[in-house]
Design a protein around this ligand. Structure first.
Ligand SMILES: Nc1ncnc2c1ncn2[C@@H]1O[C@H](COP(=O)(O)OP(=O)(O)OP(=O)(O)O)[C@@H](O)[C@H]1O
Ligand SMILES: [Mg+2]
Length: 455
C-alpha cells in the first residue's frame, strides 16, 4: 500500500465540501475538490494523482452517475465512493452494480466514512495491478463492458488466458460468449483460433471432424485427414453448444482434455495436441446433465474455470457503451454515415429487457442506422416494442402510504419513487412529475438537507 493518500471530493454544496475536507485532512488525507462532475473530469485530465474519489450523487451538469461512468471508463483504477441521501436499497445496489466501490448514506457518519475511505485506498493498489496487467496483456479493444460483472469477467479472462486450462462459458444467446472466448485467445499468445459449432455437425461426422480419420475408416475416407484438434495445435479450439457433442464422443473429448491425447477415426496411433479448449453453451449445464445429454465427468473437467456472462438486462449500464461501439462498427461495416443516439433513444434502449441480448441490440441498431429519419437516431427510429409509453419500472401506483404522513413526506416518497422508476434519469423523472428539471433539482437538494456531519 502506498503512503500517499489523495482524495478528490466532488460536491456542489460548499459547506458539505468544507466539512469533509476538514475531517479528512485531520486524518492525513491530501484533499482535492471539485464542485461538479465536469470539474472533476477536468481535474483528472490534468493528470492529478488521485487515490480515491468521493462524489455526491446529485449535482447540476454532470452528476455523480455520469462522473462514475466517465471515471470507470478512463480511470478505472480509482475507487469511487458515492454519497446519496436517497440510498434506497435499489439505487444503492444499482450504483454498486455500475461499478461504484461503495456508497455512503447522508447524513454521513464519520466512523463509517473513515472505514470506507481506508478500505478504498487499500483496494487501489490491487486495482492498479489489474489495470497494469490488462494493459500489458491487452484484451482486444472491441470487447466492451463497464459493468462490475463484465470487469470481473475481463479480470478472470486475463488471469486464465496464459494457462492451458479449459474454460466453460455460459450465458443466454447473444450475450457475447464467443467474443469472450476470442478475447481469452487473443490474450493467450496462442496461434490460431478454431471454432466448431457442435450443433451444426451431424452426430455421425462429429468425431472425424474433431479428431480426423484414417484413409479407409469409412466409405468416403479416401485419404488421411487431420481433425480440428490437430489443426488447432498451439492454438485454441472453441466448442460452441457443447451439450450437442454426441454422447459416445464425449469420453474421447474428456480424454483429450485430460492429457491432450486422441486418435483419428479408424487409426490406432495415439496422437497429441496442445490445443486449448474453450467450450460454451447457452443452456444450463446442470439441466443438460440431468437430461442425460452432457456427461457429468466431462462437465467437471470443463468447469474448472466457469465464466457466466449475465444477460444484458442485468447490466444495463453496459448499454450506452455497447450501443456507441456497435454503431461505429456498423457504420464502418455498411459504409453508412455515423449517427448518435438521442437521449430518449438511449433511455429506451437502457430500459428495455433485451431477450436477445447484445445481438438483438446490434440488429436493432443496424436497422435504425439504415432507416433513421434524421441525423440522430431517436425513439421513433426504434421498433415500437421498445421505449414508447412503457411506464418505467418501479410502479407509480399510489403506494399504501399510511394516512398519518405529512404532505412533505408524501412528496418526498413520491419523488424518490418516480426517480427510482426513471432509473435516476432526472429529466425523465421531472417530466413524469410535471415540473422542470431545475425545480426537481432544488427539491432533491432540500430533501437531502445540508447533511450535518454526525460524529
Ligand atoms: N462485450 C462485447 N463487446 C462488443 N461486442 C459484443 C460484446 N459481446 C457481444 N458482442 C457482439 O454481440 C454479438 C453476439 O455476440 P456472440 O456471438 O459472442 O454471442 P454468443 O453468446 O456467442 O451468442 P449465441 O449463444 O447465440 O451463440 C456479436 O456481434 C458480438 O460482436
Ligand atoms: Mg455463439
Amino acid at each position: 500500500m502506498s503512503d500517499a493518500r489523495r482524495i478528490l471530493i466532488v460536491d456542489d454544496d460548499e459547506s458539505q465540501l468544507r466539512l469533509l475536507r476538514t475531517v479528512l485532512e485531520a486524518d492525513g488525507w491530501t484533499v482535492r475538490e471539485a464542485s461538479s462532475g465536469d470539474g472533476a473530469v477536468a481535474l483528472l485530465e490534468t493528470g492529478a494523482e488521485i487515490d480515491v474519489i468521493l462524489s455526491d450523487l446529485i449535482m447540476p451538469g454532470m452528476d455523480g452517475r455520469g462522473l462514475l461512468a466517465a471515471a470507470l471508463e478512463r480511470w478505472p483504477e480509482i475507487p469511487f465512493i458515492i454519497m446519496t441521501a436517497y440510498a434506497s436499497v435499489d439505487s444503492a445496489v444499482e450504483l454498486l452494480h455500475a461499478g461504484a466501490f461503495h456508497y455512503l448514506a447522508k447524513p454521513i457518519k464519520l466512523p463509517e466514512l473513515r472505514i470506507i475511505v481506508r478500505r478504498a485506498i487499500e483496494s487501489t493498489e490491487t486495482r492498479r495491478e489489474l489495470v497494469r496487467l490488462r494493459r500489458r496483456v491487452g484484451l482486444p479493444s472491441d470487447v466492451v463492458g463497464v459493468s462490475r460483472q463484465m470487469r470481473e469477467i475481463f479480470e478472470t479472462a486475463i488471469r486464465v488466458a496464459p494457462t492451458a486450462t479449459p474454460v466453460l462459458i455460459t450465458g443466454e444467446t447473444g450475450t457475447g460468449k464467443e467474443v469472450v472466448a476470442r478475447a481469452i485467445h487473443a490474450a493467450s499468445g496462442r496461434t490460431n483460433f478454431v471454432a466448431l459449432n457442435c450443433a451444426a455437425i451431424p452426430p455421425s461426422l462429429f468425431e472425424s471432424e474433431l479428431f480426423g480419420f484414417k484413409r479407409g475408416a469409412f466409405t468416403d475416407a479416401r485419404r488421411d485427414h487431420a481433425g480440428l484438434a490437430e489443426v488447432a495445435a498451439g492454438g485454441t479450439i472453441f466448442l460452441d453448444e457443447i451439450p450437442e457433442v454426441p454422447l459416445d464422443t464425449q469420453p474421447k473429448l474428456l480424454r483429450f482434455l485430460q492429457d491432450g491425447e486422441f486418435r483419428r477415426l479408424g487409426d490406432n496411433q495415439v496422437r497429441k495436441s496442445d490445443a486449448r479448449v474453450i467450450a460454451a453453451t447457452n443452456r444450463d449445464p446442470a439441466g443438460e446433465i440431468a437430461a442425460g445429454r452432457l456427461r457429468e465427468d466431462l462437465f467437471y473437467r470443463l468447469n474448472i474455470v466457469l465464466i457466466h456472462i449475465p444477460p444484458l438486462r442485468e447490466r444495463a449500464v453496459d448499454v450506452p457503451a455497447l450501443a456507441d461501439h456497435l454503431l461505429k462498427r456498423l457504420a464502418d461495416r455498411y459504409q453508412l454515415e455515423h449517427a448518435d443516439l438521442s437521449p430518449d433513444a438511449l433511455a429506451a434502449l437502457t430500459a428495455y429487457h433485451w431477450p436477445g441480448n447484445i445481438r438483438e441490440l446490434e440488429n436493432m441498431l443496424a436497422r435504425a442506422l439504415a432507416l433513421r429519419a434524421g441525423k440522430v437516431i431517436t425513439v421513433r427510429d426504434l421498433p415500437t416494442t421498445i421505449g414508447r409509453g412503457a411506464p418505467a419500472a418501479g410502479g407509480l401506483e399510489p403506494g399504501a402510504e399510511p394516512a398519518t404522513l405529512t404532505l412533505e413526506e408524501v412528496e418526498r416518497r413520491h419523488i424518490l419513487r418516480v426517480l427510482e422508476g426513471a432509473r435516476g434519469n432526472k429529466l425523465r423523472a421531472a417530466q413524469i412529475l410535471g415540473i422542470d428539471r431545475s425545480t426537481l433539482h432544488r427539491k432533491l437538494k432540500q430533501l437531502e438537507g445540508v447533511a450535518a456531519l454526525q460524529p
